[in-house]
Design a protein around this ligand. Structure first.
Ligand SMILES: [Zn+2]
Length: 62
């Protein structure tokens, strides 16, 4: 039996804005800058692979 292993699984992070404590979901491979929907602070910056998160990760869902 051959089992195909995929390493490109995507996931979502639940993060907390360090400025206003707003919690929102961010795609782990966000291709655009993600800003807090409340205060506009940058929460994730695209790097070409996994987004560079600038907020505290509360939980991760796959
Ligand atoms: Zn905020």
């Amino acid at each position: 039996m051959v089992r195909e292993v995929r390493e490109n699984r995507s996931s979502f992070y639940k993060v907390k804005c360090p400025d206003c404590d707003n919690e929102q979901m961010i795609f782990s491979k966000a291709s655009t800058t993600v800003k807090c929907i409340v205060c506009g602070r940058e929460l994730a910056v695209p790097t070409g692979g996994k987004a560079n998160l600038k907020a505290e990760i509360i939980s991760e869902s796959k």
